[in-house]
Design a protein. Structure first.
Length: 277
């Protein structure tokens, strides 16, 4: 079964599912009704588009691999100890989406209990770009192989900083990060989609990215894309998330602090981040 699944052809089928969901999102935004947006937590939005996108993803991915469980942002399906597990964020960047901004993305990862995350797909509908990776097989943007930037000097780095929804808990740390980097590096920007932040590092468009308190569905696919592109995603103590023992039950409820960077920059960037905490 593993050899049948762990192929580029299988990952391209995941890409096709993500693309179809993204096309639905792009069409729906033309007639989007802001009155149908709900606030799950303070400034943390969910829309009917999130829920319908997730329903479509779960249905299509269940056909691809019926034996797999699910970890999903909107709890459309569940994980019950299966050997295979889909990890999906149907619409990463909902706040961007409901305000007519970009980027936003469909993020799909596949994990195995013994092998960890083995496949990752992130589709960005606004630019019609599909990032994908197979464990040990490299990282791709559509049909082009991608790699991280060679930037090694922090003062030259182009950095993305993410803003957690809980400003009460994380506001001081984010303010310290912005104060540390703004005006002292090559550039600082806020994107609004963690999946795309990490993929932009993988593609060499961004040199490093930091954000506290993410969820596994925000980052699972992007982490594999970045590793296969030559970078890494570590927590604030420097532990690579992909090196931890696979534990889908714990993943579903754990916060993920993320420092993503190219290999040349990771050590110095992590040190600068830790000085802000």
């Amino acid at each position: 079964m593993k050899t049948e699944i762990l192929t580029p052809e299988f990952v391209r089928k995941i890409c096709a599912v993500a693309r179809e969901t993204g096309r639905f999102q792009r069409r729906e935004r033309l007639v989007f009704d802001p009155a149908r947006v709900e606030e799950k937590n303070l400034h943390d939005y969910v829309s009917y588009v999130d829920r319908e996108s997730e329903r479509r993803l779960v249905a299509a991915l269940s056909r691809l691999l019926p034996s797999a469980g699910f970890i999903t942002e909107e709890a459309t399906a569940a994980y019950s100890g299966e050997a295979w597990c889909w990890i999906i964020d149907p619409l990463d960047g909902t706040t961007n989406y409901v305000h007519g901004a970009s980027p936003y993305a469909v993020s799909v990862a596949l994990a195995h209990l013994t092998d960890g995350i083995v496949a990752g797909v992130v589709y960005e509908p606004c630019r019609d770009e599909c990032f994908w990776a197979l464990k040990g097989g490299g990282a791709y943007l559509d049909d082009r192989r991608i790699g991280v930037s060679p930037v090694a000097a922090l003062e030259a780095a182009y950095i993305h900083v993410g803003l957690p929804y809980d400003a009460v808990r994380h506001g001081a740390a984010v303010s310290a990060l912005l104060h540390r980097f703004y005006g002292k590096v090559g550039g600082v920007r806020i994107c609004g989609s963690a999946a795309m932040d990490i993929c932009d590092v993988a593609a060499g468009r961004v040199d490093a990215y930091v954000e506290p308190a993410l969820h596994i569905w925000d980052i699972a696919a992007g982490m594999l894309v970045l590793r296969e592109a030559g970078g890494s995603t570590v927590d604030f103590s420097g532990v690579d998330w992909l090196d931890a023992a696979p534990d889908p039950q714990a993943w579903a409820s754990s916060p993920f602090d993320v420092v993503a960077a190219n290999a040349s920059l990771q050590k110095v960037f992590l040190q600068a981040v830790r000085e802000c905490l």
